[in-house]
Ligand binder design. Structure first.
Ligand SMILES: [Mg+2]
Length: 231
């Protein structure tokens, strides 16, 4: 059976900055009127992003990280309702097809903390498609999130799990890099924060403008011997 692990932001959906907005507001709420640094977030984990923000601010985190996550997720949940986010092109038809495929199991591989991932997927009606995953609560390095997703898939699928049959679908070079760290194939989509040229430097097995026109490429996920046509 094939395991397909999807990134969330820039791959399934765009939230138009609601996540970082909610995180910045949470920091200001808990720490007063600090200047939250504008750091690069593409392909990063929430744990890594928060770590860098507090390092840049030269402030220690008050209390434990779990209570920070709770405050952040509460705000995210309130803000995302009226956000101008959207599901990316082709995502819903592809998930619908894969969901019906008895040879495929779908999971999440995201830098979002688990609760934030659930909030984002719920907002766009996508949560039901995914049964396991790796999240950014504990790990600053996406490769560690990939390992967690691998273990989660194996636990969920049991004997049906095949470590030789894993795809990671994401919108950044970090997604491709973490796919390699678990010996997975990588599909890069140009719907997120990185240019097609930059994405190509990471050497994904497949690279697509977006997830539309699934009839032209979806079969290749299960028949990687056809991959050369995409190189
Ligand atoms: Mg992403």
């Amino acid at each position: 059976m094939w395991t397909i692990l999807f990134d969330i932001d820039g791959t399934l959906i765009r939230t138009q900055g609601v996540g970082m907005g909610a995180m910045g507001q949470t920091i200001r709420e808990l720490y007063g009127d600090v200047n939250v640094p504008d750091i690069s977030v593409h392909g990063r984990t929430d744990r890594g992003i928060i770590g860098e923000i507090f390092e840049t601010l030269q402030m220690p985190l008050k209390g434990d990280i779990a209570s920070f996550y709770r405050a952040y997720c509460k705000r995210l949940e309130a803000w995302i309702v009226n956000s101008e986010g959207y599901t990316l092109p082709g995502v819903e038809p592809v998930l619908e097809i894969l969901d019906q495929d008895p040879d495929v199991a779908l999971g999440i591989l995201t830098g979002n903390v688990r609760r934030a991932a659930e909030i984002k997927l719920d907002r766009f009606g996508l949560r039901e498609y995914f049964h396991f995953g790796g999240y950014g609560d504990e790990h600053a390095d996406r490769n560690d999130v990939a390992s967690a997703a691998w273990v989660s898939a194996r636990n969920y699928l049991g004997k049906k799990f095949d470590p030789e049959k894993i795809w990671v679908i994401g919108d950044t070079r970090n997604d491709v890099r973490c796919a390699r760290s678990i010996n997975a194939k990588a599909l890069a989509v140009e719907t997120g924060g990185e240019s097609s040229e930059l994405l190509a430097t990471s050497g994904p097995d497949m690279q697509l403008k977006n997830l539309e026109r699934a009839d032209a490429w979806l079969d290749t996920l299960k028949s990687p011997n056809r991959l050369k046509q995409y190189r």
